[in-house]
Write a protein that binds this ligand. Structure first.
Ligand SMILES: C[S@@+](CC[C@H](N)C(=O)[O-])C[C@H]1O[C@@H](n2cnc3c(N)ncnc32)[C@H](O)[C@@H]1O
Length: 341
């Protein structure tokens, strides 16, 4: 059952008994009752989920290598920095040209001692030209809408908030979401719900218009459109709490992380449309191209020639690195790199 104050807050804000799913997700994650604005930082061991930079310090180091090799000399902007684990070991030279955008007030507190400018929204960074915008597992936390195909017609999933228990309902589909489906050649199928990623699209278009970045780099879980049919799940939306899959988001308003698989084909189409060359590879392949194989060999040799505590520490580092390379886990994530042409 939803608390009275939360329900009142939603009804007063939206002046309606119905929310579209993306509005519900927005409130559930980022409002004053939201999952990311509560007392604990979510993306760490004591939180609710672990990400690549939290698992291995080498994730950030390898990305730094990539920045060097690609001769990216201008301003760097990280989106959704969380605890700052990806950027905290960057060299001082890189930190001096680094900015961070983080929506969660709780996470922003953790970032304060990094000595870099941190804002809650890209709109606070006016008149900047940026060389690289990057982020790990941020896109999957940008609220999605959900399209449902029934009786040869598209609808949107809505949340009826008028009763003590929230429940799902079907609403007419908004034009922008129908357009997203059509422009990405997604045809209706009653067996699947579609996570419509229009809000990601709008977010990226704003970044392109405001900062004309030369490069983008996003790490996330996801799929190519042609693979969707082989995924057995009706929905690719999930919730997490305390490092475990959690229940239905409408039963847990503000209590769980809500996330979904990124449609990398749609993302690639978007960047191409805006004049970028966009390539997508697995995280394993990407990290290997940044020196992960040599690094792993070096760590293993060091471990073999050490003993005691030092050896245990090295074993831990090796395990972390192997985890972010594992194709059945974090290594199987995709990395999208878009370069302005
Ligand atoms: C899954 S966590 C990942 C944190 C970190 N990148 C990591 O890999 O550990 C996603 C983070 O993105 C932030 N976030 C989501 N949408 C955002 C937005 N539009 N702008 C900035 N930060 C955002 C959330 O507050 C959250 O801290």
């Amino acid at each position: 059952m939803i608390g009275k104050d939360k329900k009142k807050y939603l009804i007063e804000k939206y002046k309606s008994k119905s929310l579209y799913f993306d509005q519900f997700m927005e409130e559930s994650l980022y409002s004053k009752y939201g999952f990311f604005n509560n007392e604990k930082t979510r993306s760490k061991k004591t939180g609710d989920f672990l990400t690549s930079p939290e698992v291995s310090e080498y994730f950030g180091n390898l990305i730094e290598n990539w920045i060097e090799v690609n001769n990216i000399r201008g301003t760097l902007l990280e989106l959704g920095s969380g605890t700052g684990s990806l950027i905290k070991n960057f060299t001082d030279e890189k930190k001096s040209r680094l900015l961070a955008v983080e929506r969660s007030a709780t996470a922003r507190k953790e970032l304060q001692n990094l000595g870099i400018q941190i804002v809650d929204s890209p709109s606070k960074l006016k008149n900047q030209t940026i060389d690289l915008i990057f982020g790990n597992e941020i896109l999957d936390n940008i609220p999605c809408s959900i399209a449902i195909y029934k009786n040869n017609k598209w609808f949107e999933k809505g949340v009826d908030i008028s009763n003590e228990n929230f429940r799902y309902e079907l609403l007419s589909i908004r034009d922008k979401n129908k357009k997203w489906l059509t422009s990405n050649n997604i045809s209706g199928c009653e067996e699947f719900e579609i996570e419509v990623q229009t809000n990601i699209q709008e977010f990226i278009i704003k970044l392109i218009k405001n900062f004309q970045p030369n490069n983008f780099m996003f790490f996330d879980y996801g799929y190519f459109q042609k693979e969707r049919i082989n995924k057995k799940y009706t929905s690719l939306l999930r919730t997490y709490k305390n490092h475990h899959l959690a229940g239905d988001p409408i039963l847990n308003f503000g209590e769980v992380d809500i996330t979904y698989d990124i449609n990398f084909s749609a993302l690639q189409n978007l960047f191409i449309k805006y004049g970028y060359k966009a390539s997508i590879i697995t995280q394993k392949k990407f990290l290997e191209s940044c020196g992960a194989v040599t690094l792993l060999k070096t760590l293993k040799n060091l471990k073999n020639s050490s003993e005691g505590l030092e050896q245990l520490k090295l074993q831990d580092k090796i395990l972390g690195l192997e985890t972010i390379l594992n194709l059945n886990g974090l290594g199987g994530f995709y990395v999208l790199n878009a370069k302005k042409v």
